[in-house]
Design a protein. Structure first.
Lengths: 107, 119
């Protein structure tokens, strides 16, 4: 199985900041890497697919990069609605594993 | 508008069985691979199972293999998860998820149905 490790596990930031979350795969997942946002009591929402493609309707302040084993999610100009938990996921091979999550909190 | 509505979650004793259902609408259900993903209270996301558009191919996480069975009825636009030999560690919110695209991303999720395994 491909293990996905996110860092940091939690992060405090202010409105207007730029933050980066990293995701490392235990073996290459090429570009089969997705990012999701989950708010309390809600289902996850797809933000980024194929490592760097922005899902329709997602604000352009979200961006993704990377390939192989190392990936990043960057949020520019943080907005109040961006405070949530973020998960990476590889869909290169089953089981389609998720990272443990990164909780983004208001400083 | 794509809608996925799960049902069937209840409190069940260890060793018991349960069948979850997911009613899909707003898209051509029989064109898409579907998944179940679960989330234990306060924990992260765990992929459980998937089924191909035609029901021919199915895959399971090791944690549920041999106990859970995924199925679909394309004539009813419905996805199912038969859960047998339930354990306390199966307690979670179970999401029905639609797969999309060349990189198999999960583009639509239901609101989830809660399964609690407890004596």
């Amino acid at each position: 199985d491909i293990q996905m490790t996110q860092s940091p596990s939690s992060l405090s930031a202010s409105v207007g900041d730029r933050v980066t979350i990293t995701c490392r795969a235990s073996q290459s997942s090429t570009f089969y890497l997705n990012w999701y946002q989950q708010k309390p009591g809600k289902a996850p929402k797809l933000l980024i697919y194929a490592a760097s493609s922005l899902q329709s309707g997602v604000p352009s302040r979200f961006s993704g990069s990377g390939s192989g084993t190392d990936f990043t999610l960057t949020i520019s100009n943080l907005q109040p609605e961006d405070f949530a938990t973020y998960y990476c996921q590889q869909t290169y091979t089953t089981p389609y594993t998720f990272g443990q999550g990164t909780k983004l909190e208001i400083k | 508008e794509v809608q996925l509505v799960e049902s069937g979650g209840v409190v069940v004793q260890p060793g018991g069985s349960l069948r979850l259902s997911c009613a899909a609408s707003g898209f051509s259900f029989d064109d898409y691979t579907m998944h179940w993903v679960r989330q234990a209270p306060g924990k992260g996301l765990e992929w459980v199972s998937f089924i191909s558009w035609d029901g021919v191919s199915t895959y399971y996480a090791d944690s549920v293999k041999g106990r859970f069975t995924i199925s679909r009825d394309n004539s009813k636009d419905s996805l199912y998860l038969q859960m047998n030999s339930l354990r306390t560690e199966d307690s979670a919110l179970y999401y029905c998820v639609k797969e999309e695209g060349m990189t198999y991303e999960f583009d639509h999720w239901g609101q989830g149905t809660l399964v609690t395994v407890s004596s």
